[in-house]
Design a protein around this ligand. Structure first.
Ligand code: NOJ
Ligand code: CA
Length: 616
């Protein structure tokens, strides 16, 4: 998540980082299918603003080293704990509630669950603002419940990722309270404080500091909301004129980092299987040079600081040594940095291009940050090439190091089921589950839960559009859609009031429901070698402002072809395919009319149609 940055400066940061990458050229020897089409490397020079076509499939791949094996074709399910299942009738979901629903989660065919923070918190930001890292928030249960959750999940072959918030705490945290004191103490330097309340920090930090809080003469740096002061990981290159900017190896910075590491050890020892790291790229604050270069305000961290990477590498070292099966995924949105020896996977969603997939329209994203047309929309006015350019810039240099995750919804975005039908959603899920990397599915999206309207209550920092995407899971047609026995006005957020609100109960019983179609797609990711996270990804037809989007996934001689036309209109596509086949086996979606003359494949794809074929 971007922090106090304006939208503009966040995008600028990403762009600056991408421009400076110097991506390697991946041209190489012919793969298992030979060079039927002649040389066709997939290096940077092939990243084209006009699209991609006629790529060569080689079947070659490299499995990222030191990544737990189970991750290689894993699908994850994200649970927002306050909204999943309320076991004690107080209107708020809880850990025993998640335990009760583990069999359902298992029935989806997923491998692991990421649970948003469930630690003690005043809940100014849905629980990201933590006051005690080592204690389950009473509203969710106890530490014993967490331990039981890990055990019960393991009994079912499921793994649990916690949410690890390393870059800030709540302002109510005892560490921060101590750091606000006038007298120097152990915690004075654990947060980023200037040394004079009257002097504003340099202009680049505009908006990042809060003045007039506590007894200390200084301003503190916020990380996201004002109530989330930034922990002090130091400055990449402190400004000599700003004495309060500490170096990354300052003893107080090191002491704080050790404490954060011990928190992670605590949960790992209890039985967690890894974690999702919140705002993982925001730890070390940017160097004076970076800030001067950017020339704009708000550039208080960049996405590629060595000191930030170093911290995560140390954490990775702890996992590799003591918890080798554990998995770490970052909210960094810069795979080139995040996979540089740090994480096994990175969520790639806070970048220009993700919105182009599902939420380009201002009415769809509802946060004023985007306008235009989503590619995955029946009106058919989207452009897949902009997304693909950005994706390839990150994917090509990182595919042998770790995985990219393009999440199928999350708690910070509007629901994918925002004015979309189940058929539309199935096409999106087919995309998400057949792209390279690991797939995360946000709770409720498997049944097509909808975005609630703009006037929905904005609780606990859930401003538009988050509030409409965090509503209670819809289990049955019982009271509160089976989420809770509490009076309706006591629920964390009101449930979807519409008469035809989708529910698990209804969809479970219907063979053709979105739930069951999603289950089939999840199963494919496990059964098809060519859909492994690391298998080769080759765009075959992706043209500017055109449909369909066609790509291949390949592992050795196993090849899967994915054809996606989310628009309501029929489109044609024609491209070179260097892999011989005698038949096409439909794995998911609907059969499409496809012809082949020599190496040229042509197809007519009806509107709102997708197909996943295996080449036989
Ligand atoms: C990212 C989390 O996903 C989001 O919900 C939260 O508000 C920010 N981090 C800041 O904590
Ligand atoms: Ca409860």
């Amino acid at each position: 998540m971007r922090s106090g940055l304006s939208r503009r400066s966040f995008i600028e940061t990403v762009a600056i980082v991408a421009a400076g990458l110097g991506l390697p050229n991946f041209s190489g020897p012919a793969g298992v299918f030979g060079k039927i089409l002649g040389p066709n490397s997939v290096g940077r020079r092939d990243i084209s603003k006009n699209g991609f076509s006629d790529r060569e499939i080689t079947g070659k791949y490299v499995i990222p080293p030191d990544c737990p094996k189970w991750v290689n074709n894993a699908v994850f399910y994200q649970v927002y704990p306050q909204s999943f299942y309320d076991s004690n009738g107080d209107g708020i979901g809880d850990l025993p509630g998640i335990i009760q629903k583990l069999d359902y989660i298992k029935s989806l065919g997923v491998d692991a669950v990421w649970i948003n923070p469930f630690f003690e918190s005043p809940f100014g930001d849905g629980g990201y603002d933590i006051t005690d890292y080592l204690k389950v928030a009473p509203r969710y249960g106890t530490n014993d419940d967490a331990e039981k959750l890990f055990e019960e999940a393991h009994k079912r072959g499921l793994r649990i990722l916690i949410d690890f918030v390393a870059s800030y705490t709540s302002m109510e945290h005892p560490w921060f309270k101590a750091s606000t004191q006038q007298n120097r103490n152990k915690y004075s330097n654990w947060y980023v404080w200037t040394d004079n309340v009257w002097l504003n920090p340099p202009q680049q930090f505009e908006g990042a500091f809060i003045k007039g809080y506590g007894m200390r003469n200084g301003q503190y740096m916020q990380n996201f909301y004002y109530s989330e002061p930034a922990l002090n990981y130091g400055f990449a290159q402190p400004d000599p004129d700003q004495k309060w900017e500490l170096p990354v190896d300052h003893p107080d910075v090191s002491a704080m980092k050790e404490e954060i590491k011990s928190i992670l050890r605590f949960w790992m020892k209890m039985g967690a299987d890894g974690f999702r790291a919140d705002m993982a790229g925001a730890l070390v604050k940017s160097s004076i040079n970076e800030r001067n270069k950017s020339g704009s305000s708000g550039q208080f961290f960049t996405t590629h600081e060595e000191g930030t990477k170093q911290f995560w590498r140390e954490i990775r070292g702890i996992l590799s040594k003591d918890f080798p099966e554990a998995f770490m995924v970052s909210e960094w949105s810069n795979p080139v940095s995040a996979l540089d020896g740090c994480f096994h996977a990175d969520f790639f969603h806070w970048f220009e291009g993700y919105n182009d997939l599902f939420q380009k329209e201002s009415w769809r994203i509802l946060n004023g940050c985007s306008k235009g047309h989503s590619y995955f929309d029946e009106e058919g006015k989207g452009d897949i090439t902009f997304f693909l350019d950005k994706f390839m810039e990150q994917y090509l240099p990182t595919k042998e190091k770790g995985y990219i995750s393009l999440p199928l919804g999350n708690h910070d975005n509007a629901r994918l089921g925002n004015k979309r039908t189940d058929d539309d959603l199935e096409i999106i899920y087919a995309f998400g589950l057949t792209m390279p990397g690991v797939t995360f599915i946000y709770y409720g999206n498997e049944i097509g839960m909808r975005q609630m309207p703009e006037d929905w209550p904005q609780v606990e920092g859930a401003y538009l559009p988050r509030n409409g995407a965090r509503t209670p899971m819809q289990w049955s047609k019982e009271k509160n859609l089976g989420f809770s026995t509490a009076p309706s006005d006591k629920l964390y957020l009101p449930v979807d009031p519409s008469g035809d609100a989708p529910t698990v109960e209804k969809e479970d019983a219907d063979r053709d429901s979105l739930l069951n179609r999603t289950r089939k797609l999840i199963a494919l990711k496990h059964s098809e070698p060519a859909l492994a996270a690391y298998a080769e990804f080759v765009p075959l037809f992706a043209k500017k402002n055109a449909y369909p989007f066609v790509y291949a996934r390949a592992k050795d001689k196993e090849v899967v072809l994915v054809i996606l036309n989310p628009s309501s209109k029929e489109f044609e596509a024609s491209f070179e395919l260097n892999v011989p086949y005698s038949n096409l086996v439909l794995l998911a979606g609907k059969n499409i009319s496809i012809s082949r003359i020599k190496n040229r494949v042509s197809m007519t794809v009806p509107g709102r149609t997708y197909a996943v074929y295996k080449l036989g």
